[in-house]
Design a protein around this ligand. Sequence first.
Ligand SMILES: Nc1ncnc2c1ncn2[C@@H]1O[C@H](COP(=O)(O)OP(=O)(O)OP(=O)(O)O)[C@@H](O)[C@H]1O
Length: 237
Amino acid sequence: MTALAVKGLRKRYGSFEAVRGISFKVEKGEIFGLIGPNGAGKTTTIKLIVGLLRPDGGEVKLLGREMPNKDVLRRVGYMPQELALYMNLTVEENLEFYSRLYGLSKREFNQRKDWTLKFVGLDKFKDRIVRELSGGMQRRVSLACALIHEPEFLILDEPTVGVDPNLRANFWGYFRQLTESGASILITTHYMDEAVNCDRIAVMMKGKIVTIASPQEIMEKTESRTLEEAILKLTRW
Ligand SMILES: Nc1ncnc2c1ncn2[C@@H]1O[C@H](COP(=O)(O)OP(=O)(O)OP(=O)(O)O)[C@@H](O)[C@H]1O
């Protein structure tokens, strides 16, 4: 079953075309990576999908509905590249804010919060002010905020930037657990040791998709020993 279908998507900033007619599908239960050099158009693509930007062409169908659609957004978790947290509030207060944004009742929030905090290993930190937490812990709060409403589709824009290797491995453990319980994930990352964990990858360059395949297939096709080497070959200017 297809969870996300992007068809002929385009976006210009003035006369510069950042996304040039890209198409791809993310299947239910899949971790799908958008990989490519700085400026390839990954964040723009994500913002078009969640409706933060209006496309100049093409269409996005998320969870069976044409976007933008407010009802669908309640079933989607979005972790933006720049942390969108209230630094002066506690971890739990941030979670509660997002749960309201996603339309959860107080009762639903109370039912969900313990599981979510435990899932990202923050249960002992729920009363801490976010500003006083380390960068890696703040990322975990941000992930918790994207998960509080039990989304069917998760969109993660460089979720592990500045996160130490141990915690990064933990994050990928969480992601796999979520897809095993039926969620789908669209993720961007610059870390190739992480990208290799995706089921499939779309390699983007200059607003276009160069190839879509599993990391293994991409390495074989480009006769590379590592994904890093393969991506370098595919995105050489
Ligand atoms: N608001 C904007 N106005 C003008 N140009 C923009 C704007 N946002 C992005 N761009 C340009 O569009 C292109 C794609 O940017 P985008 O942020 O989507 O790339 P990216 O692949 O996410 O890069 P990174 O890996 O650095 O996050 C870049 O050349 C960028 O300079």
